[in-house]
Design a protein around this ligand. Structure first.
Ligand code: B12
Length: 186
Protein backbone atom coordinates (compact mmCIF):
# COMPACT_ATOMS: atom_id res chain seq x y z
CA UNK A 1 0.00 0.00 0.00
CA UNK A 2 2.16 2.83 -1.21
CA UNK A 3 0.60 6.21 -0.62
CA UNK A 4 1.93 9.71 -0.99
CA UNK A 5 1.72 11.70 2.24
CA UNK A 6 1.42 15.45 1.72
CA UNK A 7 0.04 17.88 4.32
CA UNK A 8 -1.06 14.94 6.50
CA UNK A 9 -3.46 13.72 3.83
CA UNK A 10 -2.80 10.35 2.29
CA UNK A 11 -3.69 10.38 -1.36
CA UNK A 12 -4.27 6.86 -2.65
CA UNK A 13 -2.04 6.05 -5.62
CA UNK A 14 -4.95 4.52 -7.52
CA UNK A 15 -7.34 7.46 -6.97
CA UNK A 16 -9.17 8.55 -10.13
CA UNK A 17 -11.08 11.83 -10.08
CA UNK A 18 -12.94 13.22 -13.05
CA UNK A 19 -14.06 16.78 -13.72
CA UNK A 20 -16.45 17.27 -16.64
CA UNK A 21 -17.50 20.56 -18.24
CA UNK A 22 -21.22 20.76 -19.05
CA UNK A 23 -22.25 23.13 -21.87
CA UNK A 24 -25.31 25.38 -21.97
CA UNK A 25 -26.80 23.87 -25.14
CA UNK A 26 -29.86 21.67 -24.95
CA UNK A 27 -29.00 17.96 -25.14
CA UNK A 28 -29.99 16.29 -28.40
CA UNK A 29 -29.70 19.45 -30.47
CA UNK A 30 -26.71 19.11 -32.81
CA UNK A 31 -24.19 21.95 -32.95
CA UNK A 32 -24.24 24.01 -36.16
CA UNK A 33 -20.43 23.94 -36.18
CA UNK A 34 -17.65 22.49 -34.06
CA UNK A 35 -16.60 24.59 -31.07
CA UNK A 36 -13.13 24.86 -32.61
CA UNK A 37 -14.64 26.45 -35.71
CA UNK A 38 -15.90 29.56 -33.90
CA UNK A 39 -14.53 33.02 -34.78
CA UNK A 40 -12.94 33.57 -31.35
CA UNK A 41 -10.56 31.47 -29.23
CA UNK A 42 -12.49 29.42 -26.68
CA UNK A 43 -11.74 29.71 -22.95
CA UNK A 44 -11.89 26.36 -21.14
CA UNK A 45 -14.28 26.07 -18.17
CA UNK A 46 -12.69 28.49 -15.67
CA UNK A 47 -14.27 26.80 -12.65
CA UNK A 48 -12.62 23.47 -13.46
CA UNK A 49 -9.25 25.14 -14.06
CA UNK A 50 -9.53 26.86 -10.69
CA UNK A 51 -10.57 23.67 -8.90
CA UNK A 52 -7.72 21.67 -10.51
CA UNK A 53 -5.23 24.36 -9.47
CA UNK A 54 -6.52 24.15 -5.91
CA UNK A 55 -6.14 20.35 -5.92
CA UNK A 56 -2.61 20.71 -7.27
CA UNK A 57 -1.71 23.25 -4.57
CA UNK A 58 -2.91 20.75 -1.99
CA UNK A 59 -0.80 17.86 -3.17
CA UNK A 60 -3.03 16.05 -5.65
CA UNK A 61 -0.75 14.78 -8.44
CA UNK A 62 -1.78 15.40 -12.05
CA UNK A 63 -2.33 11.69 -12.65
CA UNK A 64 -4.99 11.55 -9.90
CA UNK A 65 -7.52 13.56 -11.94
CA UNK A 66 -8.71 14.05 -15.48
CA UNK A 67 -10.51 16.99 -17.08
CA UNK A 68 -13.05 15.73 -19.60
CA UNK A 69 -13.90 18.75 -21.72
CA UNK A 70 -17.36 17.61 -22.79
CA UNK A 71 -18.26 21.16 -23.78
CA UNK A 72 -15.42 21.35 -26.30
CA UNK A 73 -15.51 17.78 -27.58
CA UNK A 74 -19.32 17.51 -27.58
CA UNK A 75 -19.19 13.69 -27.70
CA UNK A 76 -22.11 11.37 -28.42
CA UNK A 77 -23.74 9.42 -25.55
CA UNK A 78 -21.83 6.33 -26.67
CA UNK A 79 -18.51 8.21 -26.58
CA UNK A 80 -19.32 9.49 -23.07
CA UNK A 81 -20.10 5.92 -21.98
CA UNK A 82 -16.84 4.70 -23.50
CA UNK A 83 -14.83 7.41 -21.72
CA UNK A 84 -16.27 6.57 -18.27
CA UNK A 85 -16.03 2.82 -18.92
CA UNK A 86 -12.31 3.23 -19.61
CA UNK A 87 -11.31 5.81 -16.98
CA UNK A 88 -13.55 4.45 -14.19
CA UNK A 89 -13.32 7.43 -11.80
CA UNK A 90 -14.15 7.02 -8.12
CA UNK A 91 -15.34 10.60 -7.92
CA UNK A 92 -16.95 12.73 -10.64
CA UNK A 93 -17.44 16.50 -10.56
CA UNK A 94 -19.84 17.94 -13.12
CA UNK A 95 -19.35 21.67 -13.64
CA UNK A 96 -22.47 23.46 -14.87
CA UNK A 97 -21.66 27.17 -15.16
CA UNK A 98 -24.93 27.89 -17.00
CA UNK A 99 -28.20 26.50 -15.64
CA UNK A 100 -29.44 25.47 -19.10
CA UNK A 101 -26.97 22.57 -18.90
CA UNK A 102 -29.60 20.60 -16.94
CA UNK A 103 -30.59 18.24 -19.77
CA UNK A 104 -26.95 17.19 -20.25
CA UNK A 105 -26.60 16.60 -16.49
CA UNK A 106 -29.55 14.19 -16.55
CA UNK A 107 -28.15 12.19 -19.45
CA UNK A 108 -24.48 12.14 -18.40
CA UNK A 109 -25.18 11.30 -14.75
CA UNK A 110 -27.44 8.44 -15.89
CA UNK A 111 -24.70 7.03 -18.12
CA UNK A 112 -22.14 7.30 -15.30
CA UNK A 113 -24.48 5.62 -12.83
CA UNK A 114 -25.19 2.75 -15.25
CA UNK A 115 -21.47 2.17 -15.81
CA UNK A 116 -20.18 2.93 -12.31
CA UNK A 117 -22.79 2.25 -9.59
CA UNK A 118 -20.34 3.01 -6.72
CA UNK A 119 -18.95 6.28 -8.08
CA UNK A 120 -19.83 9.46 -6.22
CA UNK A 121 -21.27 12.10 -8.58
CA UNK A 122 -21.04 15.71 -7.43
CA UNK A 123 -22.32 18.75 -9.29
CA UNK A 124 -21.34 22.40 -8.93
CA UNK A 125 -21.88 25.68 -10.75
CA UNK A 126 -24.91 27.94 -11.21
CA UNK A 127 -27.29 25.00 -11.70
CA UNK A 128 -26.66 24.19 -8.03
CA UNK A 129 -29.10 27.03 -7.35
CA UNK A 130 -31.72 24.41 -8.33
CA UNK A 131 -30.16 21.63 -6.25
CA UNK A 132 -33.47 20.10 -5.14
CA UNK A 133 -34.55 19.42 -8.72
CA UNK A 134 -31.12 18.09 -9.66
CA UNK A 135 -30.96 15.69 -6.70
CA UNK A 136 -34.54 14.47 -7.21
CA UNK A 137 -34.54 14.12 -10.99
CA UNK A 138 -31.00 13.10 -11.94
CA UNK A 139 -28.34 10.62 -10.79
CA UNK A 140 -26.25 13.35 -9.14
CA UNK A 141 -25.55 12.38 -5.50
CA UNK A 142 -24.54 15.72 -4.04
CA UNK A 143 -24.31 19.37 -5.09
CA UNK A 144 -21.98 22.16 -4.00
CA UNK A 145 -23.56 25.60 -3.89
CA UNK A 146 -21.29 28.61 -4.40
CA UNK A 147 -17.51 28.65 -4.70
CA UNK A 148 -16.28 25.09 -4.93
CA UNK A 149 -12.55 24.88 -4.29
CA UNK A 150 -12.67 24.25 -0.53
CA UNK A 151 -15.73 21.98 -0.56
CA UNK A 152 -14.39 19.96 -3.50
CA UNK A 153 -11.05 19.40 -1.79
CA UNK A 154 -12.83 18.14 1.30
CA UNK A 155 -14.81 15.69 -0.81
CA UNK A 156 -11.59 14.54 -2.52
CA UNK A 157 -9.95 14.08 0.88
CA UNK A 158 -12.74 11.66 1.82
CA UNK A 159 -11.59 9.33 -0.96
CA UNK A 160 -9.18 7.33 1.16
CA UNK A 161 -8.00 3.86 0.19
CA UNK A 162 -10.51 2.37 2.66
CA UNK A 163 -13.32 4.49 1.26
CA UNK A 164 -12.50 3.46 -2.29
CA UNK A 165 -12.53 -0.19 -1.24
CA UNK A 166 -15.85 0.26 0.59
CA UNK A 167 -17.36 2.12 -2.37
CA UNK A 168 -16.96 5.91 -2.76
CA UNK A 169 -20.72 6.48 -2.53
CA UNK A 170 -20.72 5.00 0.97
CA UNK A 171 -19.86 8.42 2.35
CA UNK A 172 -23.52 9.29 1.78
CA UNK A 173 -24.34 7.09 4.75
CA UNK A 174 -25.61 9.56 7.38
CA UNK A 175 -23.91 7.80 10.29
CA UNK A 176 -20.55 7.71 8.52
CA UNK A 177 -20.85 11.37 7.61
CA UNK A 178 -21.54 12.27 11.23
CA UNK A 179 -18.50 10.29 12.36
CA UNK A 180 -16.30 11.85 9.71
CA UNK A 181 -14.29 14.68 11.20
CA UNK A 182 -13.70 16.35 7.85
CA UNK A 183 -17.18 17.76 7.51
CA UNK A 184 -17.89 18.50 3.87
CA UNK A 185 -20.77 20.91 4.42
CA UNK A 186 -19.62 24.52 4.56
C1 B12 B 1 -16.47 34.54 -17.26
C2 B12 B 1 -17.92 34.32 -17.62
C3 B12 B 1 -18.16 33.84 -18.90
C4 B12 B 1 -17.09 33.41 -19.87
C5 B12 B 1 -16.84 31.91 -19.58
C6 B12 B 1 -15.41 31.55 -19.53
C7 B12 B 1 -15.33 30.05 -19.23
N1 B12 B 1 -15.22 29.25 -20.24
O1 B12 B 1 -15.40 29.64 -18.09
C8 B12 B 1 -17.79 33.61 -21.23
C9 B12 B 1 -17.59 35.01 -21.70
C10 B12 B 1 -17.37 32.62 -22.33
C11 B12 B 1 -19.24 33.43 -20.80
C12 B12 B 1 -20.23 33.08 -21.65
C13 B12 B 1 -21.56 32.87 -21.27
N2 B12 B 1 -22.10 33.19 -20.07
CO1 B12 B 1 -21.06 33.73 -18.53
N3 B12 B 1 -20.23 34.41 -17.01
C14 B12 B 1 -18.97 34.60 -16.70
C15 B12 B 1 -18.87 35.21 -15.28
C16 B12 B 1 -18.67 36.72 -15.44
C17 B12 B 1 -17.76 34.63 -14.40
C18 B12 B 1 -17.71 33.11 -14.33
C19 B12 B 1 -16.36 32.66 -13.86
O2 B12 B 1 -15.52 32.26 -14.66
N4 B12 B 1 -16.09 32.70 -12.53
C20 B12 B 1 -14.82 32.26 -11.98
C21 B12 B 1 -14.87 30.76 -11.69
C22 B12 B 1 -13.56 30.30 -11.06
O3 B12 B 1 -15.91 30.54 -10.78
P1 B12 B 1 -17.37 30.00 -11.11
O4 B12 B 1 -17.56 29.83 -12.58
O5 B12 B 1 -18.34 30.81 -10.36
O6 B12 B 1 -17.32 28.52 -10.50
C23 B12 B 1 -17.29 28.33 -9.11
C24 B12 B 1 -18.58 27.70 -8.58
O7 B12 B 1 -19.66 27.84 -9.46
C25 B12 B 1 -18.22 26.28 -8.30
N5 B12 B 1 -18.27 25.27 -9.33
C26 B12 B 1 -18.40 25.38 -10.65
N6 B12 B 1 -18.31 24.17 -11.23
C27 B12 B 1 -18.12 23.28 -10.24
C28 B12 B 1 -17.99 21.89 -10.27
C29 B12 B 1 -17.82 21.21 -9.08
C30 B12 B 1 -17.65 19.72 -9.09
C31 B12 B 1 -17.82 21.91 -7.84
C32 B12 B 1 -17.67 21.17 -6.57
C33 B12 B 1 -17.96 23.30 -7.82
C34 B12 B 1 -18.10 23.95 -9.02
O8 B12 B 1 -16.85 26.38 -7.93
C35 B12 B 1 -16.21 27.28 -8.83
C36 B12 B 1 -14.95 27.84 -8.23
O9 B12 B 1 -15.20 28.50 -7.03
C37 B12 B 1 -20.30 34.86 -14.70
C38 B12 B 1 -20.85 35.86 -13.69
C39 B12 B 1 -20.17 35.74 -12.35
N7 B12 B 1 -19.69 36.85 -11.83
O10 B12 B 1 -20.08 34.66 -11.78
C40 B12 B 1 -21.15 34.80 -15.97
C41 B12 B 1 -22.33 33.85 -16.02
C42 B12 B 1 -21.90 32.50 -15.47
N8 B12 B 1 -22.58 33.69 -17.45
C43 B12 B 1 -23.84 33.56 -17.76
C44 B12 B 1 -24.34 33.36 -19.08
C45 B12 B 1 -25.85 33.39 -19.23
C46 B12 B 1 -23.49 33.12 -20.16
C47 B12 B 1 -23.85 32.83 -21.61
C48 B12 B 1 -25.01 31.84 -21.79
C49 B12 B 1 -24.16 34.19 -22.28
C50 B12 B 1 -24.67 34.05 -23.72
N9 B12 B 1 -25.93 34.36 -23.91
O11 B12 B 1 -23.93 33.63 -24.60
C51 B12 B 1 -22.55 32.28 -22.21
C52 B12 B 1 -22.45 30.74 -22.13
C53 B12 B 1 -21.08 30.26 -22.50
C54 B12 B 1 -20.84 28.82 -22.15
N10 B12 B 1 -20.32 28.10 -23.14
O12 B12 B 1 -21.07 28.33 -21.08
C55 B12 B 1 -24.71 33.67 -16.52
C56 B12 B 1 -25.29 32.31 -16.08
C57 B12 B 1 -26.69 32.45 -15.54
C58 B12 B 1 -27.20 31.15 -14.97
N11 B12 B 1 -27.71 31.22 -13.75
O13 B12 B 1 -27.16 30.13 -15.56
C59 B12 B 1 -23.73 34.33 -15.49
C60 B12 B 1 -23.98 33.96 -14.03
C61 B12 B 1 -23.87 35.87 -15.66
C62 B12 B 1 -25.25 36.37 -15.26
N12 B12 B 1 -25.40 36.84 -14.04
O14 B12 B 1 -26.17 36.32 -16.03
N13 B12 B 1 -19.40 33.67 -19.47
Amino acid sequence: MSEEVINNIEIPKNLRINLTSIPPDQAGVPLTRKRSEGPFPRVPNTAILSICKHMERNGYPKDSYDYYDFEMLYPSDEEVREYFRKYRPHLVGLSVPISTGYSHVKIISKIIREELPDTLIVMGGYLAGSSDAVIKCSDVDMTVVGDGEIAWLKICDLMTEEQIAAGPRNILDEEKLKKNKRNIFL
